[in-house]
Design a protein around this ligand. Structure first.
Ligand code: UD1
Length: 442
């Protein structure tokens, strides 16, 4: 693939974004074979803004080609960085950061744009970042990011929909988060590495994407202890230097393929999910075994043989290393065909259930009360036209469509392009009958 600037990629993906592309799935094809997992979207979205912290050239290998990565690259370009993405290596030159603003146009497309706040403030002493709005499934506050930066001595005001933060030099502090937040931990981590003195984050996020960010910062010269635990200690340094990094595999993409295999695999055969990190998939793999699937764990692969009958298994989402909220919708698709009733509770996002009415249109029997879904397993799902509403909801509808009888059309698949690289090609490689059909502009 030739080097593409992100303006080019974004223009292309934007064309797709505003189109009515849909997936047409002829269900019932049994999956088998192998599939390779891409780099983790949520790791890339944290690693990329960290390059603001030290001017220079970086190579981020195993960076997935996704719409969210394009959006972050475009944001970095808008503040003066130069980016090029080829063969899954993202080159970033952050030598000339000229503005310190993340405008609404970027943040409204992708909430993770807020990640530039910490490094801009830590490196340049100022940042103006649009407040993100809600999500399709409800409010997504950034109060913890702001409180964390204030604890580090920043002057943070909200002005006309923007977070305006200033500090001569941040000062180390003790920060105890009420809620474990991936984003707020990332923001404070990136701000504190250049602060004067020591920062301690308690109730820090332990997700692998935060661990990989901390390791990248250490490679850039930061001093961080307690990585991967809920207490992270950061000794501020005067300056950092560029470094290269390989992005970890996407555990949610891997989990999605494993659930697809459990739902639509071939009895007596396996689906092998390659280039993943099974250490990051513990909760999902345990639940799949509870559901009756047979798993073989390798160093960088997992093989799954589907169950005779899918057993009903309750899940409650939790922070890492619990069952991820980003797998809740896919799990619900699996449970829709279980041989009994299961309860699925989301404790991270109480309103993240926009996939439920769409799964019900495919014949599922799911009811919601507050943040608890009761799924009465059905003998079969039947194809229908369904509308995807967000990234993981889209994934659940595709999985349900693979297992349904007849034809399922999943509309508005631009959501899936945010976080799954060429999902239709990867599923076709496993034997699925799925095609992307271009639609009209809207
Ligand atoms: C990240 C992931 C997202 C995943 C989520 C939870 C990225 C780019 N996205 O999102 O895919 O679903 O973690 O694993 O990495 N909260 C507050 N105040 C804040 C921040 C968060 O109350 O300032 C709450 C949220 O409403 C939520 C909980 O904290 O209930 C966890 O959210 P958080 O971990 O911050 O999610 P994100 O970092 O936005």
């Amino acid at each position: 693939m030739p080097f593409l600037t992100y303006s080019t990629i974004l223009t292309r993906t934007n064309q797709r974004r505003f189109s009515l592309d849909k997936f047409v799935i002829r269900g019932g094809k049994r999956l088998s074979g192998s599939v390779q997992v891409s780099g983790a979207k949520n790791a890339s979205l944290a690693l990329m803004p960290a390059t603001i912290l030290a001017p220079g050239r970086y190579a981020l290998s195993n960076t997935p080609v996704l719409r969210d990565v394009a959006t972050m690259s475009h944001l970095l370009e808008s503040i003066g960085c130069v980016t090029k993405h080829a063969d899954h290596t993202l080159m970033i030159d952050s030598s000339k950061v000229t503005t310190f603003e993340a405008p609404y146009e970027h943040v409204k497309k992708m909430r993770a744009s807020v990640y530039v706040l910490g490094p801009l403030l830590g490196r340049y002493g100022q940042a103006r970042v649009s407040l993100p709005g809600g999500c399709a499934w409800g409010p997504r506050p950034v109060n913890l990011h702001i409180e964390g930066l204030r604890r580090l001595g920043a002057d943070v005001e909200l002005e006309a929909g923007y977070i305006v933060a200033k500090a001569k030099r941040l000062k180390g502090a003790r920060i105890l988060f009420d809620v474990s937040s991936v984003g707020a931990t990332g923001t404070v981590l990136m701000a504190a590495v250049l602060a004067k003195g020591t920062t301690v984050i308690e109730n820090a996020a332990m997700e692998p994407e935060i661990t990989t960010l901390a390791e990248f910062l250490i490679a850039m010269g930061a001093k961080i202890h307690g990585i991967g635990s809920s207490t992270i200690e950061i000794e501020g340094v005067d300056q950092l230097h560029p470094a290269d990094v390989t992005t970890i595999p996407d555990r949610i993409e891997a989990g999605t393929f494993l659930v697809a295999a459990a739902l639509a695999g071939t009895r007596g055969k396996t689906v092998r999910v390659e280039r993943c990190d099974p250490r990051h998939l513990g909760a999902v793999m345990n639940k799949l075994e509870d559901a009756g699937a047979r798993l073989t764990r390798g160093k960088d692969f997992v093989e799954l043989e589907p169950p005779e009958a899918i057993k009903p298994v309750n899940v409650t989402t939790a922070v890492y290393s619990g069952f991820p909220t980003d797998m809740q919708a896919q799990w619900m698709a699996l449970m829709s065909l279980a041989s009994g009733t299961s309860i699925i509770t989301d404790t991270i996002y109480f309103d993240r259930f926009t996939h439920v009415p769409e799964l019900n249109r495919l014949g599922a029997n799911i009811t919601i009360k507050e943040n608890v879904a009761t799924v009465v397993g059905r003998k079969e799902l039947t194809g229908a036209k369904v509308m995807s509403t967000d990234l993981r909801a889209s994934a659940s509808l595709i999985l349900a469509g693979l297992a349904a009888t007849g034809v399922t059309e999943v509309l508005r698949v631009y959501h899936i392009d945010r976080g799954y690289e060429r999902i239709e090609a990867k599923l076709q490689g496993l034997g699925a009958d799925i095609e992307r059909v271009s639609g009209e502009e809207f």
